[in-house]
Design a protein around this ligand. Structure first.
Ligand SMILES: Nc1nc2c(ncn2[C@@H]2O[C@H](COP(=O)(O)OP(=O)(O)OP(=O)(O)O)[C@@H](O)[C@H]2O)c(=O)[nH]1
Ligand SMILES: [Mg+2]
Length: 427
């Protein structure tokens, strides 16, 4: 059985972010390894900074020490306490680690931890500064039922970054060498649909950026209540500056809106391949045969092979009934036409508590999981078809971790298009 911390995901993440965004690796758990400082010392000394957390009923308090040294020597020390609103901190300054755990009789100490007796003592000045209830500390003491020690580790270290870069490179190769099923088309067409401002155009810019090798802001993006994109645009992306066109086309559309936005009837025309590049949407009426952008007899290459519903992760919990209804109506149309669809959740970078290092394992992050579950519940889309990305928006430099998420999502989109092509009746 693996030894796990008592901290919830949110508590652990709050603590991580409070102390510099490092990953917390559990080194010691008193209920498993024993309430003995000698054990904690053997495990944690010479490991660099250590965070010791004590659990007393509902209270969680702890200390950050820059080191547990072999000899008694002062080390930078902080005390902290958890609250519903976050973490309070008291900086003790340079403090002798051995004095914390081995306070000598009558010695004046601001605080100490007696692991063997499962109690810790704090001065009233510290109790007050940490915002802890004085009544829980009779005589300055509080007993604890559990004690854990963590080592803060830098997850964005060289080894992990090399690993992620290798993964990105292999995804990059999978995408650029992708061949649509049985060569039925040269390029598959992926349509981006979703509420105004969800990040559809930014996703096109992000994919272009990854393949061009620098951040691109070619497609107009921005915040406008009525929507920024007003024309239907189809983007072929090149593999490098003068490279070959990649085997997919991203189709950017006008945003869905409760009142205005893309005309719902236009969606069916786009899906069936009747609408050509640069068609200017009219929110009040759909394209008609005879329009210069109307393709009367579309072939398979003009059709949409996969749809990505683009949603802003921050707003999935407050999607209006009208929006959910619209998306469900589109889904029914997609199912009727056999078009495969997935969800692309953008803006994961701005979810509460999420930091860059979480991109390494984004699907296991609690806030991301809860957004994915919310989408699943509201729209009925299976969990494995909900992908997450963080688009390039205001940055100037490419970022290996963002590239990794964008490429992973793109690979899933290509697999989904193959499902559509494979399922065509004449194949
Ligand atoms: N932080 C963050 N911001 C994003 C992300 N994706 C998009 N944005 C921002 O969200 C805003 C809207 O993005 P767009 O790409 O224009 O959205 P859209 O879906 O094309 O919007 P319309 O064309 O108006 O329907 C812009 O200010 C983007 O910079 C993301 O993943 N993270
Ligand atoms: Mg747009």
């Amino acid at each position: 059985m693996s030894v796990t911390t008592r901290l919830t995901w949110i508590q652990k993440k709050t603590l991580q972010n409070h102390f510099g965004g490092k990953h917390l690796s559990l080194m010691f758990k008193a209920s498993v390894q024993g309430f003995r400082f000698s054990v904690l010392h053997d495990i944690c000394s010479c490991q660099g900074p250590i965070i010791v957390v004590m659990y007393s009923g509902d209270l969680i308090i702890g200390t950050y020490m820059q080191a547990i040294s072999e000899r008694a020597s002062p080390t930078l020390t902080f005390l902290f306490a958890f609250h519903a609103s976050g973490i309070s901190e008291f900086r003790i300054g340079l403090y002798d680690t051995f004095r914390i755990f081995y306070k000598r009789f009558n010695e004046q100490c601001e605080f100490d931890i007696n692991l063997e007796n499962q109690e810790t003592t704090l001065t009233s000045r510290i109790i007050e500064s940490l915002g802890l209830p004085k009544s829980s500390f009779p005589g300055g003491k509080i007993s604890f039922q559990e004690c854990e020690a963590f080592r803060p580790e830098d997850v964005l270290n060289k080894r992990n970054m090399i690993g992620i870069s290798e993964l990105s490179n292999s995804l990059w190769n999978v995408v650029r060498t992708y061949k649509p099923y049985r060569d039925l088309v040269h390029q598959v067409r992926i349509l981006l649909l979703g509420p105004v401002g969800a990040g559809k155009s930014s996703f096109v810019n992000s994919v272009k950026s990854v393949f061009q090798g620098h951040v691109m802001h070619q497609v107009l993006v921005g915040v406008d209540k009525t929507g920024m994109s007003e024309t239907f645009r189809t983007y072929t992306i090149r593999d490098g500056k003068d490279g070959k066109p990649l085997p997919f086309i991203l189709c950017d559309s006008m945003g869905l809106d409760e009142e205005k936005g893309i005309c719902m009837d236009d969606i069916a025309y786009i899906l069936k391949g009747h609408v050509s590049d640069r068609y200017k949407f009219n929110p009040t009426k759909p394209i008609t045969p005879g329009h210069s952008n109307y393709i009367s007899e579309p072939s398979l290459k003009d059709r949409i092979h996969c749809v990505a519903f683009v949603l802003n992760a921050n707003s999935v919990d407050c999607l209006s009934h009208e929006m959910i209804d619209k998306i469900k109506r589109i889904r029914r149309e997609l199912i009727k036409l056999g078009v495969v669809h997935v969800v692309l959740l953008t803006n994961v970078d701005s979810l509460d508590l999420i930091t860059k290092s979480d991109f390494l394992d984004i699907y296991s992050c609690m806030p991301v999981k809860s957004k994915i579950e919310a989408v699943h519940k509201k729209l009925g889309i299976v969990l494995s078809d909900i992908l997450v990305v963080s688009n390039y928006t205001s940055e100037w430099e490419l970022d290996t971790l963002k590239d990794f998420l964008i490429l992973s999502a793109l690979r899933q989109l290509l697999w989904a298009t193959d499902d559509f092509l494979e399922d065509l009746p004449h194949c």
